[in-house]
Design a binder for this molecule. Structure first.
Ligand code: NDP
Length: 240
């Protein structure tokens, strides 16, 4: 392989799937992870190992990385993209929804960082791209816990970036605004869900996932001596 291995979590749909296609076009072998295997296999990308892994299952996560690295060489980039968003009224939202956001958006992301960071520091090279959000930069009503997880993603990324900067390892936060994916459709709060799509339609549509994929590839393809620390990428007509 002339290009190094790139790992993408949450590659079965939306931003992750678009990122998988773009990095594949750029010639990278890939490890694609999510719980839904058929969706990743349907992308039919060359040199792409697809594994059904819940990012909370650290042993399965580790085993998939070991399998991919045995086949394609050491991972040079991890795109920590897997995430969930459940909008909700703070009084009515279920503790289960809070927990799932904390689990996937934070613990799953931390699992990914911990599994690749030591090797990257030892090799004095590597890039971890964490997908934050505009909801990690400013707050939005009915997004209290989701905003909490994404503010934490920004804080975790920036802290670890400082800690490993001397090893030439980059940590990057890409913070999308509204992107046309299934993310909001999993919300049980119908008013928040419908309101998201109404606003997106009113401003002429949310971003296509491909625009975020391009932002991730741009940050990654900068020379290793250049760290794009944070990029906030929104529809031009998105007001908040
Ligand atoms: P999607 O719902 O399309 O994608 C989410 C991905 O995460 C899916 O591939 C899903 O795969 C995966 N995932 C969820 N839970 C787990 C888990 N436990 N283990 C492994 N994978 C999991 O939404 P997006 O593409 O929009 O979301 C991608 C990222 O972008 C998220 O972090 C989200 O917070 C962020 N984001 C999205 C915005 C938007 O407007 N769409 C705005 C700002 C940020 P599967 O279900 O197969 O496991």
């Amino acid at each position: 392989m002339s290009k190094p291995l790139v790992i993408i979590t949450g590659a079965s749909s939306g931003i992750g799937a678009a990122t998988a296609k773009l990095f594949s076009e750029a010639g990278h072998p890939l490890l694609l992870l999510a719980r839904r295997l058929p969706e990743m296999e349907a992308l039919a990308l060359p040199n792409a190992l697809c594994r059904a892994v819940d990012v909370m299952d650290v042993d399965a996560f580790r085993a998939a990385i070991a399998e991919a690295e045995a086949r394609f060489g050491k991972a040079d980039c991890l795109v920590n993209n897997a995430g969930v968003m459940f909008c909700g009224d703070p009084v009515k939202q279920s503790a289960d929804e809070w927990q799932r956001m904390l689990d996937v958006n934070l613990r799953g992301l931390l699992n990914g960082i911990q599994l690749v960071l030591e090797g990257m520091v030892a090799r004095q090279s590597g890039t971890i791209v964490n997908i934050g959000s505009i909801a990690g930069v400013k707050t939005f009503p009915k997004h209290a816990v989701y905003c909490g997880t994404k503010f934490a993603v920004h804080a975790i990324t920036e802290t670890i970036r400082q800690e490993v900067s001397g090893s030439d390892v980059r940590l990057v936060t890409i913070a999308p605004g509204m992107v046309e994916t299934d993310l909001v459709n999993h919300s049980t709060d119908a008013e928040a869900r419908d309101g998201w799509w109404e606003y997106a339609n009113r401003i002429g549509g949310a971003l296509k996932p491909e625009s975020i994929a391009q932002s991730i590839l741009f940050a990654y393809q900068m020379p290793q001596s250049v760290c794009v620390r944070e990029m906030v990428v929104c529809p031009t007509r998105q007001e908040p």
